[in-house]
Every structure is written in structure tokens, then in C-alpha cells.
Design a protein around this ligand. Structure first.
Ligand code: UFG
Length: 338
């Protein structure tokens, strides 16, 4: 049963990915009918919710997207399919523009063609660049310093004009750093580039040492500060975002409002895992802003969102617990890249 509002037919792009699979769980729990499209470039078929209809396809495959939208009478799209690794976007911007901008536009135009008027878009803190003001409010100037953030901003801007021209209402959620896991789904990329899963792989002994990218940032211990938000809290915001579309389009930060340095994350992981976690310092990673901390005031006030798992320890604990099984799950899935 839906907790609030009517049951909807929702297409979730990227629903086989880390965040997408948890968002699908929340949609199912809220009573919605879910349909997932994912090309499985980085997603996992076994993470797709069993109650969802799954289409293994690319969002740039317009005939298939049109068919999915029309056949299933889709009423809203949660658009999460994208490339999202900052470093990769700096070495290969074409793929980021192709997937995140061109792919997004093709999807949006298919929605227009099929009369789908609601979209929730996964944007990113990377649209802000390196603002001096922290915590960051939605109103600060948008000046991305990496290609990834630039592609997400380009799609944010397209949404504004598709609303103006075609009445497609949007909620933009600018994610800060997703962390943790649900019972069934968690963070699993190959290759992995994200801090928490890598730290935990070092704790498990599968990677010998964690590289800390830069210790000369203007922060208390010289390492970058990020705002970690539990993936389940993050997922719940999508349901609130859907319900809010009746009131019109808007944009929200999605972070906990608290920043932790890379070294603080490692220390917390040492406590959770009771393992040593050796580290070495290396050069800064291209495109990394020194500090990204959200002001979540707007989403708290306007959508009534509150994080249930805001402390770093519980995020790392859930990731640790889930990850202790993930290689087994991934291998058992028969996916070629494992
Ligand atoms: N880091 C290390 N060593 C590693 C991996 C990461 O020191 O092995 C550092 C990074 O330099 C960064 C911090 O840990 O300072 C967090 O890095 P992640 O790769 O986990 O996450 P990012 O902050 O780079 O990026 C994530 C998402 C982006 C999003 C961004 C917004 O992947 O999509 O958060 O803050 F844009």
C-alpha cells in the first residue's frame, strides 16, 4: 500500500545500480509499480528488485524507451542512469556528455512524446564546484570544476526548459556522498573508486593499502571533506520528491549537513571493523573539490525529509555488513566482469 498519495507506474533508469536499486526498494515499499531500465554497464541484474519489471537496455535506445513508457503507462520517471566517477569524467569527457547529456535528452524527449509529466533527477554536489560558503545552499552560484558536474548541470538546465515548453515537472536532488547499504543492496563497482567501499576492501585484506588523494587541502587534517548520507535516507527523499511534484518543480540538496575528512572516515572504519587499514598519501585526484558539505535545510523544511541514519558509524557498519557477502553474491550472479 502506498504510504501517501496514489500508486504510480514509475520507470527507474539505472535501477540496477547502487542507489537505483535502493530507490526501487523504497518505491516498492511505498506501493508503486516499478519498471527498471539499465544497460548493466555498471549495474547488477541481481540487484534489481524482484517486484520490478526489468528491461536490459540503454536509455539512448529511443524505440525501446518509447515502448516501455507507453506499454506500461508510465506516469513518472526517476532518472538515475549516468556515469558518475569524477576522475573518469576528467580523462574521458565524451562518454560523460554522451551518456549523461545526450542520453538524458533522448529520455526527456521520449517522455514528452509519451506525455509523461513527472521526473525526479539524480544530480550531484559536483554542480557547485568549489564554493567558499559551506554548508552549501541551493542558491549559490553553480560553477562545476569537473566534467561530471558540468554534464549534470547541463541536464538540470534542460529540465527547466522542458518544464517551460512541455509542462514536465521535475524534482532535482543534488546528492552529496551516498554511503551505506540496505539489507539487499549496496555499493559495488568494478573498478571501485569510492572511498568507503575501498576502505572496507583494505580492511578485508583484498587491497593492501588505501591511497589518500592529497593531504595538503585547506582542512583540519589536510584531507578532503565530504558529506556522507545514508543511501536509505537518500532513497526516501525520492518518494517525497515525487509527492511534491503536484506543487511544481524544484531543486534540493540531499546531504546530512555534516562533513568528515577522509582520515575521519578511515578512523571510523577502523573502529567498525577492528582492522588496521594501512594508508599511503599520494597526489590530489584531478577534479576533487576540497570541501563539499550540504545545507539540507530546504529539503527538511519543504519536503519534511529527515535522515534516520545520520551518523557515519552506522553508515559504515551497514556497508561493512553488506559487503562481507557481496563478492559471493556478485560471483554467484554469473556476471562476466566478476
Ligand atoms: N578518496 C581517497 N582515496 C580513495 C578514494 C577516494 O582519498 O581511494 C577521497 C577522494 O579524493 C575524495 C573522497 O575520498 O576526497 C571521497 O571520494 P569518493 O570517490 O568516494 O567520492 P567523490 O566525492 O569523489 O564523488 C562522489 C560521487 C560523485 C558526486 C560527489 C559529490 O561519486 O558522483 O560524491 O560529493 F558528485
Amino acid at each position: 500500500m502506498a504510504t501517501k498519495g496514489k500508486t504510480m507506474n514509475i520507470l527507474i533508469t539505472g535501477g540496477a545500480g547502487y542507489i537505483g536499486s535502493v530507490v526501487t526498494e523504497e518505491c516498492v515499499a511505498a506501493g508503486h509499480n516499478t519498471f527498471v531500465i539499465d544497460n548493466l554497464v555498471s549495474g547488477h541484474k541481481w540487484m534489481v528488485h524482484p517486484n520490478s519489471e526489468f528491461y536490459e537496455a540503454d536509455i539512448r535506445n529511443t524505440p525501446v524507451v518509447n515502448q516501455i513508457l507507453q506499454k506500461n503507462r508510465i506516469e513518472a520517471v526517476i532518472h538515475m542512469a549516468a556515469f558518475s566517477v569524477v576522475g573518469d569524467s576528467m580523462s574521458g569527457p565524451y562518454g560523460y556528455y554522451d551518456n549523461n547529456v545526450s542520453g538524458g535528452l533522448l529520455l526527456l524527449d521520449a517522455m514528452r512524446e509519451s506525455g509523461v509529466k513527472k521526473i525526479i533527477f539524480s544530480s550531484t554536489a559536483a554542480v557547485y564546484g568549489e564554493p567558499e560558503e559551506q554548508p552549501i545552499e541551493e542558491s549559490v552560484e553553480l560553477r562545476p570544476t569537473n566534467a561530471y558536474g558540468e554534464t549534470k548541470l547541463a541536464f538540470e538546465k534542460a529540465l527547466k526548459w522542458f518544464d517551460y515548453a512541455h509542462g514536465i515537472k521535475y524534482t532535482i536532488l543534488r546528492y552529496f556522498n551516498a554511503a551505506g547499504a540496505s539489507q539487499r543492496c549496496g555499493e559495488l563497482h568494478k573498478p571501485e573508486t569510492h572511498l568507503i567501499p575501498l576502505v572496507l576492501e583494505v580492511a578485508r585484506g583484498r587491497i593492501p593499502v588505501l591511497q589518500i588523494y592529497g593531504n595538503d587541502y585547506p582542512t583540519k587534517d589536510g584531507t578532503c571533506i565530504r558529506d556522507y548520507v545514508h543511501v536509505r535516507d537518500l532513497a526516501r527523499a525520492h518518494i517525497l520528491g515525487l509527492e511534491s511534484l503536484e506543487k511544481g518543480s524544484d531543486v534540493y540538496n540531499l546531504g546530512s549537513g555534516r562533513g568528515f575528512t577522509v582520515r575521519e572516515v578511515i578512523d571510523a572504519a577502523r573502529k567498525v571493523t577492528d582492522r588496521l587499514i594501512p594508508v599511503i598519501y599520494s597526489d590530489r585526484r584531478d577534479g576533487d573539490p576540497p570541501i563539499l558539505v550540504a545545507s539540507p535545510a530546504k529539503i527538511i523544511q519543504k519536503l519534511g525529509w529527515t535522515p534516520d541514519y545520520s551518523d557515519l558509524t552506522s553508515m559504515i557498519e551497514s556497508a561493512w555488513k553488506w559487503g562481507n557477502d557481496h563478492h559471493h553474491l556478485a560471483k554467484a550472479s554469473g556476471e562476466p566482469r566478476w
